[in-house]
Design a protein around this ligand. Structure first.
Ligand SMILES: O=C(O)c1ccccc1NCC(=O)[C@H](O)[C@H](O)COP(=O)(O)O
Length: 218
């Protein structure tokens, strides 16, 4: 998969609920912090809780708001609390529903042998990137790795690799998929919504190691 080598692989850490975890994720090198606005998730936060957490972010660390089949009013309420929110649609939202939010967004695809990722990507031309996650019960956050060989070499969108990543497998994931970014939740947790600072550091170090190996042509 021959893709232009970007300066470095960006890192999104998702499902944060505590201020100390936001601080630790930023210190570890996260480029984006995901807040889950899906009430059925054990990692769910309210827009006001997320706004308080997002105020801890320095410049150039992006808050990402994650939605599953939310109403326009729910999306607008979250954006009113966090004006710089990058949206992530992780449910069954159509392109029209995603585009109607009027903001940059990531479109999640739940990957298994049944999905046609090329057609899926073409259906969301306005998405800033495709976030490729495993197909799990409960829409996401499942800690499950999907078969990366299912990802076509010519996906017509930037790819964020997600699904069951952790410090032990992210280097391989970057080498094989060459994503613009990686996304992790379970793999850096002590429990759902409770992140581990050491695991976040190790995850970000492993991403840096993968970038260094790619830059060295290894
Ligand atoms: O994190 C959740 O609880 C969640 C619930 C419902 C839909 C999506 C959810 N998370 C979305 C993410 O972006 C996760 O980071 C992604 O699914 C990867 O999670 P994991 O496999 O646990 O690293």
């Amino acid at each position: 998969m021959n893709k232009p080598l970007q300066a470095r692989t960006r890192i999104k850490i998702c499902g944060l609920t505590r201020p100390e975890d936001v601080d630790a994720a930023v210190a570890a090198g996260a480029d984006a912090i995901g807040f889950v606005f899906y009430a059925r998730s054990p990692r769910a936060v309210t827009p006001l809780q997320a706004a308080e957490l997002a105020r801890r972010l320095p410049p150039f660390v992006t808050p990402v708001g994650l939605f599953v089949n939310a109403t326009p009013a729910e999306i607008e309420a979250a954006c009113a609390c966090i004006p710089t929110l990058l949206l992530q649609f992780h449910g069954d939202e159509t392109a029209a529903q995603c585009d109607a939010a009027g903001r940059p967004y990531l479109r999640a695809a739940r990957v298994d042998a049944d999905i046609d990722l090329l057609n899926f990507a073409r259906a969301f031309p306005a998405a800033q990137a495709l976030l490729l996650d495993a197909h799990v019960e409960g829409y996401g956050g499942g800690g499950k790795v999907f078969d990366w060989s299912l990802i076509p070499a010519d996906v017509p969108a930037p790819v964020v690799l997600s699904g069951g990543l952790n410090p032990a497998n992210v280097t391989d994931g970057i080498a094989r998929v060459r994503p613009v970014a990686v996304d992790v939740s379970s793999g850096v947790e002590l429990a759902k919504g409770i992140k581990d600072a050491g695991l976040m550091r190790r995850f970000c170090d492993a991403v840096r190691e993968a970038d260094d190996r790619l830059a060295a042509g290894l």
